[in-house]
Ligand binder design. Structure first.
Ligand code: MTE
Ligand code: MO
Length: 482
C-alpha cells in the first residue's frame, strides 16, 4: 500500500454520485468504481447503496460476493488507502453494520462448504456411506438466511389460522401434553446433485454434490396431535394446506422462511409428520432448527421448516418465495425469461434416486481379485422403499445388483410400500468388468423403488433452470491402477 494517497472516511463519503465520482472502501482500500457501476451484475441501485462508504455490509447480505474473483474485479479500481489503515477500516465496518451472520454457530471441519453466508455445507461421501444414521455434527446444513437464535425457555409455538382454535404452546407443554414419537427419516435437499446438472447447462443455485442428504432419528410430537387439540376438522373442506413459518428472516427484505404441505399429509396417521425437538437423541442444534422444527418424512427438505414460529392452516399454500417461486421444475427449454412459476406445483415427494459415495470421482482404484467395492445410498419420496440398486462398472452396459445393507434403526424392511422414510445404504464388491483394458472405469448406480419407479439414464431430458430433483443415473469415473 506504500505510496498510495491516504483518504479519510469523510473524504470518501463525498464521492457518492457519478458527477463527484463514486468511491467505496473495502477493508483499508479505497476504490473509484464510477466506471464499474453500470456493469454491476446486481444492478445499479444495489451497488449505489455502498457509494461513499464500505461495501462490506452489503457483501455480507448478498452472499454471491464471497468469492476471490470479486476482489479481483475490484482491485484495478483501487485509488488509495483509508486513513488509519486496516484496524480503522475494520472497526468502521463493524460499526457500519451489525453482521447478521456474526452469531452463526461453528461448523464441523469435515463439511464441504457450498456457501458461507448463508451457511450451506454438505457431508463428504465416505462419511455419508459409513452409517445409516448420520451423526448430527456432520448432517448437511441448508440455510437460506442467518441462523436465528431462539430461546428454548421462553419459546412459544403459535398455531392460528382458518378452521382452528388458536394455540400457544411452550416447549415444555409440547413435551408434557403430547405423546413423544420417534421417526427415522431422511432429509434431502431438492438441489442435491445439482453440480452434475450444471455440466449439461449452467443452473443457478448451490453447487451440491451428492451430500445434501442425511438420515436421523427425529424425536418430537405429531403435528396431527397438535392440530387435533386445535380441533381442526378433516371435514372442513375449506382448509387444504398447513403452512409453516420459521423465525429466520432476510435482513434486507424482511421476508421470513416459510413452506407448506397438503392437509392430508399433515393429518394422516401414517405419514408421521413431526414437530421435532430431538435429533438422534440430542436437542436440536442451532443449525438444524432449535428448539423446534418440522420434519415431513418422504417430502423434499424445503418443507421441513426449522426454527418453527407458527403453524397456519389455510385454504392456500404458503405465500413464501420458497413455496411459490422456487423448488419447482420445468421442461429443459424453459429459461429465466419464459418461466411461469404458477404453472407448476411446488415439489413435495421427490422421485427415486441413488448415489455412489465411494469411490470418489477421479480416484485411483486397484482391483482386488478383479473386484472393486462401491458404497452408496438410495432413497425415494412418499415413503416408497427401495427394492433394488443396480451397479455397473462399464457405463451401464452390464449390471450387478448391490447388497442392500440392513435398514436404519426404526426403519421398516426394504421394499416396504409405505412408511420407508429412511434411505437404504448399499454396497457391492463385484462390479468390475473382467479383463477390462480401459484405463478408466465409468461406475454407475441406479435404484428401483417399491412402485417400480426407475431413474432416468441421463440429465439432459430432466434438466431444469433451478437444477432440482436430479435423479439421473449417478456416474463416477475412476482410474484403474495397473
Ligand atoms: N427452515 C427454515 N426456517 N429456513 C431454511 O432456510 N431450509 C430448508 C429446510 N428448512 C430452511 C428450513 C431446506 S431447503 C432444507 S433442504 C432443509 O431445511 C435442510 O435441513 P438441515 O439444514 O437440517 O439439513
Ligand atoms: Mo433444500
Amino acid at each position: 500500500d506504500k505510496g498510495r494517497p491516504i483518504y479519510t472516511r469523510e473524504e470518501v463519503a463525498k464521492h457518492k454520485t457519478p458527477r463527484d465520482r463514486i468511491w467505496v472502501t473495502y477493508k483499508e482500500g479505497v476504490y473509484d468504481i464510477t466506471e464499474f457501476v453500470e456493469m454491476h451484475p446486481g444492478g445499479l441501485s444495489k451497488i449505489m447503496l455502498a457509494a461513499g462508504g464500505s461495501v462490506e455490509p452489503f457483501w455480507a447480505l448478498y452472499q454471491q460476493h464471497r468469492k476471490p474473483e470479486v476482489l479481483g474485479i475490484l482491485e484495478p479500481y483501487r485509488i488509495g488507502t483509508l486513513e488509519g489503515g486496516a484496524a480503522a477500516a475494520a472497526s468502521a465496518a463493524a460499526a457500519a453494520a451489525v453482521d447478521p451472520y456474526a452469531s452463526d454457530p461453528a461448523r464441523h471441519p469435515s463439511f464441504i462448504p457450498r456457501s458461507e453466508r448463508p451457511y450451506n455445507g454438505e457431508t463428504p461421501g465416505t462419511l455419508l456411506a459409513a452409517s445409516p444414521i448420520t451423526p448430527n455434527e456432520i448432517f448437511f446444513v441448508r440455510n437460506h438466511l442467518p441462523v436465528p437464535h431462539v430461546d428454548a425457555a421462553s419459546y412459544k409455538l403459535k398455531v392460528e389460522g382458518e378452521g382452528i382454535r388458536s394455540l400457544e404452546l411452550s416447549l415444555e407443554e409440547l413435551k408434557s401434553r403430547f405423546r413423544k414419537h420417534t421417526v427415522t427419516a431422511t432429509i434431502q435437499c431438492s438441489g442435491n446433485r445439482r453440480n452434475e446438472m450444471s455440466l449439461v447447462r449452467h443452473v443457478k443455485g448451490l453447487s451440491w454434490d451428492q451430500g445434501a442428504i442425511g438420515t436421523a432419528v427425529w424425536g418430537g410430537v405429531r403435528l396431527r396431535d397438535v392440530l387435533k387439540v386445535g380441533r381442526l376438522s378433516e371435514d372442513d373442506m375449506h382448509v387444504r394446506h398447513i403452512q409453516f413459518e420459521g423465525y429466520d428472516k432476510d435482513p434486507a427484505s424482511e421476508e421470513i422462511y416459510g413452506a407448506s404441505i397438503p392437509l392430508h399429509k399433515a393429518l394422516s396417521l401414517y405419514d408421521d409428520v413431526l414437530l421435532a425437538y430431538e435429533m438422534n437423541g440430542q436437542p436440536l442444534s442451532a443449525d438444524h432448527g432449535a428448539p423446534l422444527r418440522v420434519v415431513v418424512p418422504g417430502v423434499t427438505g424445503a418443507r421441513s421448516v426449522k426454527w418453527l414460529r407458527r403453524i397456519v392452516p389455510s385454504s392456500s399454500e404458503s405465500p413464501s418465495h420458497w413455496q411459490q417461486r422456487d423448488y419447482k421444475a420445468f421442461n429443459p427449454s424453459v429459461d429465466w425469461d419464459s418461466v411461469e412459476w404458477g404453472s407448476a406445483p411446488a415439489l413435495q415427494e421427490p422421485p427415486v434416486t441413488s448415489a455412489i459415495c465411494e469411490p470418489a470421482p477421479g480416484t485411483s482404484v486397484s482391483l482386488a481379485d478383479g473386484e472393486i467395492t462401491l458404497r452408496g445410498y438410495a432413497w425415494s419420496g412418499g415413503g416408497r422403499g427401495i427394492i433394488r440398486v443396480d451397479v455397473s462398472a462399464d457405463g451401464g452396459k452390464s449390471w450387478t445388483a448391490a447388497k442392500l445393507l440392513p435398514p436404519a434403526p426404526g426403519a421398516p424392511p426394504h421394499g416396504s410400500y409405505s412408511g420407508a422414510w429412511a434411505w437404504t445404504l448399499w454396497e457391492v464388491s463385484s462390479a468390475a468388468a473382467e479383463g477390462t483394458s480401459s484405463p478408466t472405469l465409468e461406475l454407475v448406480c441406479k435404484a428401483v423403488d417399491s412402485s417400480y419407479n426407475n431413474q432416468p439414464d441421463s440429465i439432459g431430458p430432466i434438466w431444469n433452470l433451478r437444477g432440482i430433483v436430479n435423479n439421473a443415473w449417478h456416474r463416477v469415473n475412476v482410474k484403474l491402477e495397473s
